[in-house]
Structures are given as C-alpha cells and as structure tokens.
Ligand binder design. Structure first.
Ligand code: AMP
Length: 326
C-alpha cells in the first residue's frame, strides 16, 4: 500500500468527475507537517503515531467546508424537502447540501417495483434547484455496480426483524449503497427520515461499527394533511386505496392513546390499532408490532422507549409507518 507519510506531498482523495461538482469533492488531507499540530506523537523515527480513532478524526482538514448529504431514490416530495431543509440548517452558512438520487437495484427484491419506480428527472431537478441544493448526484446503476461487483455491507442484528424479515436482502442493499455514497461524496453529516425508522437505526449502527466519520441526523416524518406519511410510493395508490391509506396513522394514534391510559401489555395496546385498520377493507397488514426503539426487538410490555410500527399492503403497494408510544 502506498505510504502517504513518506511521499512528502499533499494527500488527497477525490471521486473523479462529477460534473461541475468535482472540484468540491476533493478533500485534502493534511500533509505530514500539519499532523504534528494534531493530537499525535512523533516517535523516534519521526513518524506521527496516533493510537486512537478519535484523534485521527481531530486532524485539521485543509478544506473545511461542511457538506451534508441527503440520500434519496428521487420522486422527491415534502418529506425529502424537510430533510433538505435540515441539511441546509446543519451545513450552516458556507456549508453545502448534497442530494443523491439513485434508485438502488440492490435493495429491491427480484420482481419488486425497481423497474416501475418513478424517475421524474426534470421535476426532481427543479425541486432541488428550488430547495437550494448545491450538488445533485445522480449516478447510473452501471457506474455504481460494475458487472463483477462482489463486495457488500451487511448489518446482522437490527436488520433481522420487521422490514428485514419481510424484505430479505433489503438492508444489505441499503447499507452497501449508503457506504458507497459516503465514500464517494465524503459528507460530514447525512440526514435520514424517521419514517424509515429501522433504516435509520441500521445506518447509525453501520456508521458506528465501520467508523464512518459521518454524523447521522434523524428527521421527523412529514405527512399529508390527512395523516398519511409522504412517500414516493403513494403515487401507486388508486383513488380508493389513497382514501383508505391514512388508516395506518389513525391506527397508530389509537394505540398510543390506549397506551397513554396506563396499559402496558403490547398485545392489548395493539388491539385498538387492529380494529381501526379493519375499517379499511383494502388494507392487508404485513406486520403491526410494538418494538424496543433501541434494539428493534418485539416488546411484550410497552415502555418509554417503545415504538409502534406498521407495514400494510393496499393492493400491490406496501406502506410503512411508525409512532413513538410516548
Ligand atoms: P427514499 O427516497 O424513499 O429512499 O427516501 C429518502 C429519505 O427520505 C430516507 O431517509 C427516508 O426515510 C426519507 N423520507 C421518506 N419519506 C419521508 C417522510 N414522509 N418524512 C420524512 N422523511 C422521509
């Protein structure tokens, strides 16, 4: 491996061409001399030795523009807009907001909706322009996954329940693409929606376990006026399915209200939620559970950290939602 300390020049890594953004994407890592100013000790050979990861992260960057990334699959809606707003706030004055739009084949099941997933490029471009996005990264699947692509990232604990159980391989696809986006765009922070609560928890775990120097920020779920969580997949719903879909949020609210009266049993708290969903003849429950929000394991008894989660089909469209119990 090339030894950066002995080369004497500037260390750099970049991502090659990314339209006009390529210049911004080159992060300079300090040359050896400036490392001495950081939390390191020069040993007898004159080599800067740093013995812990936190110290490495404290090394000054030569180009300290704060970049905040919002990874998406496009078909942008108010939920994405809120993530971009939070990214802008987090980036601060002089910082930059990057949005990636990539319909990631790796996270779709064979026979899933990968082909028909909406890709309204022009509308998305305009959305990003109006939202003040600095970099829009829209790679091709061919570039992201070369034909003999063979390395992926897998989380093996939190991914075993809920979405992971219903959609085998989904989170391997998510972790792999997010890891790639982090390497390519080198963000300081990234914003993810709490609507995909399990995804957010898994990304946090991946960042912790693989030492990505990226702050992960969770953003609250944005809803339509009738309570339905905004989703790119809502546009698949027929008029009558769309009319019934807000039942999911109403069901979660009913469970929360029941829990607020002091009921602890998860089964009992879920009963009113089931009743509410039963009023929508087109809804077919995939799962409806109370989970521990940290471990994502089913909770027999509801507590302060409990989360009620639902996934349901309306026709072929699968929607998810969640709500904190307190
Ligand atoms: P997607 O384009 O569906 O892959 O979503 C991209 C990001 O937007 C993910 O972090 C989602 O959790 C987030 N997101 C999607 N819908 C919403 C919503 N209604 N409110 C907040 N965040 C959302």
């Amino acid at each position: 491996m090339h030894d950066g300390l002995s080369c004497g020049g500037r260390w750099k890594f970049g991502v090659g061409e990314l339209g006009g953004a390529a210049r911004k994407l080159t992060r300079a890592i300090p040359p050896p001399d400036s490392l001495a100013a950081g939390p390191s000790l020069r040993n007898d050979c004159g080599v800067n030795v740093v013995r812990n990861i936190a110290s490495v992260l404290l090394w000054p960057r030569r180009n300290p523009i704060r970049r905040v990334l919002v990874p998406t699959m496009g078909a942008l809606h108010h939920g994405h807009g809120e993530l971009i707003r939070i990214a802008r706030e987090t980036a601060g004055e002089g910082g930059e907001v990057a949005v990636s739009i990539f319909v990631n084949p790796l996270q779709f099941a064979p026979g899933g909706d990968y082909e028909k997933y909406p890709r309204p490029e022009k509308v998305d471009d305009e959305f990003c322009r109006n939202a003040g996005v600095d970099i829009l990264f829209r790679p091709s699947a061919e570039e992201m996954y070369v034909p003999d692509f063979s390395v992926s990232v897998e989380e093996n604990s939190l991914a075993n329940t809920l979405e992971g159980k219903s959609r085998p391989g989904h989170f391997r696809g998510v972790c792999t693409v997010v890891a790639k986006l982090f390497h390519i765009l080198a963000p300081d922070a990234a914003v993810f929606g709490e609507k995909d609560f399990q995804q957010l928890a898994i990304i946090r775990r991946m960042v912790r376990d693989l030492n990505f120097p990226v702050e992960i920020i969770g953003a609250p779920t944005v809803r339509e006026p009738d309570g339905l969580a905004c989703s790119s997949r809502n546009q698949y719903l027929s008029a009558v399915e769309r009319e019934q879909a807000p039942v999911l949020q109403r069901a979660l609210q009913a469970a929360r209200q029941f829990g607020a009266r002091g009921e602890r049993s998860a089964e009992k708290i879920l009963a009113p939620a089931r009743e509410v969903i039963a009023t929508a003849p087109l809804a077919r429950i995939d799962y409806l559970e109370i989970m521990n929000a940290e471990t994502l394991l089913p909770a027999g008894e509801a507590g302060p950290g409990s989360l009620i989660v639902v996934a349901a089909f309306f026709g072929k469209t699968r929607l998810i939602d969640n709500l904190r119990l307190s």
